[in-house]
Design a protein around this ligand. Sequence first.
Ligand code: NAP
Length: 285
Amino acid sequence: MGQIIDGKAVSAAVKAEVAEETAKLREEKGLKVGLAVVIVGNNPASRVYVNNKKKACEAVGFQSFEYALDENTTQEQLLDLVNVLNRDDRVNGILVQLPLPKHIDEKAVINAISPDKDVDAFHPINVGKIMIGEYSFLPCTPAGVMRLIESTGTDITGKQCVVIGRSNIVGKPQAMLLLQKNGTVTICHSKTKNLKEVCLGADILVVAIGRANFVTGDMIKEGAVVIDVGMNRLDNGKLCGDVEFESAEKKASFITPVPGGVGPMTIAMLMKNTLTAAKQQAGIE
Ligand code: NAP
């Protein structure tokens, strides 16, 4: 029976580290840390995410600046706001909540955020830095996954790591981070032919597909570390991962639940990136 990785506890530990360092920066250097969160329109899920980010900012001692813009905001208006925030010294990190309304080009907005304040690590400069291993910010979800794997005491070096999913925000950066830790990495996607076979070879399996209960116990090697990034809302309203927990738990050595696994890590890593941004902008790091 696999041991459950407690994402809430690991996330709380990361936030406690951030809170301690933030308090120290304020006392010793008079430095305040600020995160600007921009939301456009009335997407209820986005609203929940933004509220959670605000609460997390308060908990770690950051100032948070919220900009809730109307659904009809033009791309030009949004870009103007991003430019204002780029120049605002109180703002160390800028997060534009995605998805944006259809009439706004997300890429143009991401590219307008100053890379020094791009705490989501979506800007092409920050994406490129991950490729060459010289990054300041890591994308929050893959960074959270790395922290969860670390919490199990697993040494990634030389391990067969399989990532299912190749999105720019999860799968691809996840694979790079595992590679940097000396894993032997395979990336799978919807065109992968022998998925079960590949999965059965994985010592570490990270699943980021977006399909409820897709990976079952018979696809998992005995003793594997299984990280489920998936967040799927079932018809009964329940949240469920991409891994069928019951059958997978019987094979894994460690496994993340959904909810309570990767989910809580994403915001914790966002707080960590914002602190890093503040230190860099102050010339401390
Ligand atoms: P995405 O952009 O939709 O990418 C999904 C990936 O899964 C694609 O690369 C796709 O392959 C692959 N895929 C789809 N069907 C497959 C199949 N049958 N076999 C193998 N691969 C398959 O999704 P994402 O943004 O990476 O998110 C993935 C999941 O993680 C979602 O459930 C999302 O809600 C969740 N998520 C959670 C957090 C968190 O904080 N916990 C953060 C981000 C995302 P192709 O490239 O070939 O289409």
